[in-house]
Structures are given as structure tokens and as C-alpha cells.
Design a protein around this ligand. Structure first.
Ligand code: ZN
Length: 388
């Protein structure tokens, strides 16, 4: 993949934070690395004699983040938090906020503790398509080890405090100097260095390795499929009624979407590419084959309610209607409260479809479990993010 670093551009960024903004924007410009709010970055700096972690604030996109989008948090406080036995994510957020030296800054990313315990100045985290495509797979563990022999490889756990704690434990005995990065199974990748450019370069090099592996082992060709007719307006009316708000949709009939829509139901309902997508897309789409739309939606809702009832404790159920639809031999239809939301979903699903097809060439796409999906979908912090 392209390395977008430009010496001339970079020259004007002198401070730690200015350089951090620059390479964060570079990461954000590649949508095969991060999409719409995904990923996070940090830099460790010194303010009035105290070590401070500047970490991406929630609500900011890497592509457009500015200096004021980074939350300055006392590094030592974060490092101590990693040693706690238990900490709810709500308490984690409160304690992180309390340790900020500028209270008007945004809330620090939920991965702030994890950034703090990585002993390098610059830390870059993305949900690179190529990495999660290899990882979200029946042979994922084995293939990731093959492609990234010198990385710390972490089995899937919930993002937030549990993930930071897990990496704190796993990294106690490692030699950070020879560790080239961290792979989070089913989630993404971290690279780090004391130099902003090198940390960014390492991300590009690592993702390129993954892309080359896929190129060699998982390329596919798309057949030509002619789209059937479908009554989009009726679908839109029914889904609007189910959601209780007027929604808009985006119809995707690219060759990729057409081919994906021709696959059987099991193939297109195997879960998300990286955990945070579930907040936007739900775990699976509505699949419309040759049946009445209302009947299909009723069945989708029942299945969603069963999933909710199986895993819920005291959560309040989200609206059980689908957020996107795979219409047999027609294409993909994403829904949103506005055009922007429907387009974001379309981006997420487009990347997912490509990953699924490649992962199937490697032995079979496999996402996180139903229980892990539920935990993510109903995570109190993610719920808060959406309400903003
Ligand atoms: Zn992440």
C-alpha cells in the first residue's frame, strides 16, 4: 500500500503533537486502514515537567483530526490503571477524564491505557482490512503467525480495559525492542516507534505484508451478473415504519455487491469485520430472497430478539429492524437517518464484502462469536458514542 509521508509537508510540523496530527491524518487518508472514526493514535510528550499521553479523543476521525482532537492525560495515572484487577469501562472513562490536564479536551479514546503501556513515543492503531481479513478466518491464528512472526499476537478480547489489562499481562516478559508490533485478532494492528515517521512506516510495511499475502493466496475474480428488478420503495417504507423514523437508503450494485448478493444466506451472515462496525451495521443483514418483504423482516426481528434474549442481562434492546439488506441478485441496500449515515454503512459493508470473499479463499471467513458480538453491540461506551 502507498506510503503517503511527504518530507516537504512534514517539515512544517515541529512539535510532538503537530507531527502526531500529521501522521494521524495520513493514516486516515487510506480507507483500507481506517474507516469513519476507526483506529486511534497517540504521542507521549512532556508538559511542565510531567509526562503526558496525547491520545485521540472520541468523536474525532483520524483523517481530519487536529491538535484539539487529542486528549492530554497524565501518563503515570494511565500506567497505574493497567495494573488494576477490575475496572468497569464507565469508571475507566471517569478516571481518565479526571487525569486530563485540560478539562475542555474531548474524552480520551477507550484504548488510552493500552497506548500508555506501550513504551514508545508514537503509537499507531488501525483496523487495516488486510490484517483483519487474514485474522477473521478459520486459519487466522496460523496465518497471522506466518505473516507477522515478530509481532505480539493477542487473542480476541473486548476493547477497553479488558484489552489493556490483557496486553499488560502478555507484555510483561517480552522484549519491546524486538517486538515489531501488536496484532489484535479479529480487530486490528498496532505499530510504534520513538519517531513519528518510523511508526507510520511500520504500519504501512506491515499492512503491505498482509496485502501481499492476500494477493498470493486469496485473490478472486468477479463474475458478470445482471441485476434483477426489485421494489426499493416498498422496502424503504416498511423499514421506515419498523424503525419509527423516516430513513433513506443507498443502493449498491457494483460488481462486488451484485456478486455478494448472489451468494447464499449463510455466506453473507457471518458477522462483522472489526468489532466496532457492529454498532453501525448490526451483526448480520436482512437477506431478501423470494419472499414477502414484511415476512422477511418479521423473521429478522424474531431472530434478533432471540439473540438479545440469549445474552442480555439488564440492557435495553435496540430497535430490532435491520440496518442493511442483501437483496438476492439485486445488490446491497444500506439504511440511515440521512444520506451520510447510509453512505458510511455502504463503505463499511463494501470493505466487509471484499474481506469476506478473500477470507473464504483462505479457508473460511470467521468473525467474533455471538456472545462477543453482543458484548460489543451493547457496550455502554459505544452506546454513548452513537447518541452524540
Ligand atoms: Zn481498534
Amino acid at each position: 500500500m502507498n506510503n503517503l509521508w511527504n518530507d516537504k509537508e512534514a517539515k512544517s510540523f515541529k512539535s510532538d503533537l503537530a507531527l502526531r496530527v500529521y501522521t494521524s491524518n495520513l493514516l486516515g487518508r487510506s480507507d483500507e486502514l481506517v474507516l469513519h472514526g476507526g483506529g486511534n493514535t497517540s504521542v507521549k510528550s512532556c508538559v511542565d515537567g510531567e509526562d503526558i499521553l496525547y491520545v485521540k479523543g472520541s468523536g474525532w476521525d483520524l483523517v481530519s483530526i487536529k491538535e484539539e482532537g487529542f486528549a492530554p492525560v497524565k501518563l503515570e495515572v494511565l500506567k497505574q490503571m493497567a495494573k488494576l484487577d477490575v475496572l468497569s469501562d464507565t469508571d475507566m472513562v471517569l478516571q481518565q477524564k479526571a487525569a486530563m490536564i485540560d478539562k475542555s479536551a474531548p474524552n480520551p479514546s477507550v484504548e488510552a491505557i493500552l497506548h500508555a503501556i506501550i513504551p514508545f513515543k508514537f503509537v499507531d492503531h488501525t483496523h487495516a482490512d488486510a490484517v483483519v481479513t487474514i485474522s477473521n478466518n478459520k486459519s487466522g491464528i496460523e496465518n497471522i503467525k506466518k505473516v507477522f512472526p515478530n509481532f505480539l499476537i493477542v487473542p480476541y478480547v473486548m476493547p477497553g480495559f479488558i484489552l489493556a489489562q490483557k496486553i499488560y499481562e502478555m507484555s510483561k516478559d517480552i522484549d519491546w525492542e524486538t517486538c515489531e508490533g501488536i496484532i489484535l485478532h479479529n480487530h486490528g494492528i498496532f505499530t510504534f516507534d520513538d519517531d513519528a515517521k518510523k511508526s507510520y512506516d511500520k504500519m504501512i510495511e506491515a499492512v503491505t505484508l498482509a496485502e501481499n499475502f492476500l494477493e498470493e493466496n486469496a485473490s478472486y475474480e468477479l463474475p458478470n451478473i445482471e441485476a434483477k428488478d426489485f421494489d426499493v420503495q416498498s422496502l424503504l417504507e416498511i423499514v421506515s415504519k419498523e424503525k419509527g423514523v423516516d430513513i433513506v437508503c443507498k443502493v449498491n450494485q457494483t460488481p462486488l455487491a451484485l456478486y455478494y448478493s448472489s451468494l447464499d444466506k449463510q455466506t453473507v451472515t457471518r458477522g462483522v469485520l472489526t468489532p466496532e462496525h457492529i454498532i453501525r451495521t448490526k451483526r448480520v443483514p436482512l437477506v431478501l430472497e423470494d419472499e414477502n418483504i414484511q415476512d422477511a423482516i418479521d423473521r429478522y426481528k424474531t431472530s434478533y430478539e432471540n439473540y438479545f434474549n440469549e445474552f442480555s442481562k439488564d440492557e435495553i434492546m435496540l430497535n430490532p429492524a435491520p440496518n442493511y439488506t442483501v437483496v438476492k441478485d439485486f445488490g446491497i441496500i444500506t439504511f440511515g437517518k440521512n444520506e451520510k449515515e447510509a453512505n458510511i454503512l455502504d463503505d463499511v459493508i463494501s470493505h466487509t464484502m471484499n474481506a469476506v470473499l478473500k477470507a473464504d479463499k483462505l479457508g473460511g471467513y470467521e468473525s467474533i462469536s455471538l456472545a462477543d458480538s453482543f458484548e460489543m453491540e451493547y457496550w455502554e461506551l459505544e452506546q454513548a458514542k452513537l447518541k452524540k
